[in-house]
Design a protein around this ligand. Sequence first.
Ligand SMILES: NC(=O)c1ccc[n+]([C@@H]2O[C@H](COP(=O)([O-])OP(=O)(O)OC[C@H]3O[C@@H](n4cnc5c(N)ncnc54)[C@H](OP(=O)(O)O)[C@@H]3O)[C@@H](O)[C@H]2O)c1
Length: 270
Amino acid sequence: MSETSLSTSAAKRALITGASAGIGRELARIFAADGWSLVLVARRAELLAELAAELKAKHGTDATVIAADLGTRAGVDTVIRTVQERGLDLDALVNNAGYGLAGPFAELDAEKQLGMIDLNVTALTALTRAFLPGMIARRHGAVLNVASTAGMQPGPLMAVYYATKAYVVSFSEALTEEVRGTGVTVTALCPGYTETEFAARAAEHHRPRLFSGPMGKGDAREVALVGYRAMKKGTRLVIPGGMNKLAAWSVPFTPRGVLLKIVRRMNESA
Ligand SMILES: NC(=O)c1ccc[n+]([C@@H]2O[C@H](COP(=O)([O-])OP(=O)(O)OC[C@H]3O[C@@H](n4cnc5c(N)ncnc54)[C@H](OP(=O)(O)O)[C@@H]3O)[C@@H](O)[C@H]2O)c1
């Protein structure tokens, strides 16, 4: 696949959501090392400020910090308004912020499950709608959406999380076709289980067997690097790790009833 317009642009700016921890923080480090200016978004302002200082010291990075709760419409609007008011044209939008919750749908807190949809689906869609038109008008840019291998099939005992990631995969792949020929690309990054703060938040009530690593554990930096490289090439969808690729590849060949039982088993408490 050919390199995108990103590889020829000198001054580049990316907005990364969920940059205060995990995969998002590693993405920020990788973008910064490659000379990008950054807009860092998450709720924990102090962690974003620390990261901005680290990147400034190491790479001279120009980083703007926006502390916002993307689980709320007001938080999403703050991000959009701040970027527009400061004239921060984006060459890349990285929709990474997200969380999961493990346990039976009927027992997990209703608000927390709806909040997952607000963050993983609504905020990602709203930010893409806000910034994609400018990229298309400039005929230049990339969207990197952090989905998951969870988006490849239904996930009993993490039902809402898997469904949000199925949305991200479907939405991202549809957009790749819509933006074809515009100079803009869209990439879905689909990690498998990766060691970050994700598991602690997801397993508040119920710790899935999957989190003990039977399918292997991804390293946040390696996952981020795979995503960054795929975005720069304009790859439609990328799955880091051989086991994860194999598992995703087998989904269409596995009878749905069998698949549901396998995934349920992975999501049961160990
Ligand atoms: N780790 C895995 O196994 C795995 C596997 C596949 C896909 N993923 C996906 O990878 C992405 C990153 O997750 P991670 O593993 O790096 O998890 P993480 O370490 O928990 O990081 C999540 C990031 O999202 C931010 N965030 C959470 N809620 C937010 C909110 N309401 N508003 C703004 N920012 C918010 C967090 O920052 P604040 O707390 O400071 O707001 C943090 O920076 C997620 O979309 C996740 O679904 C993870």
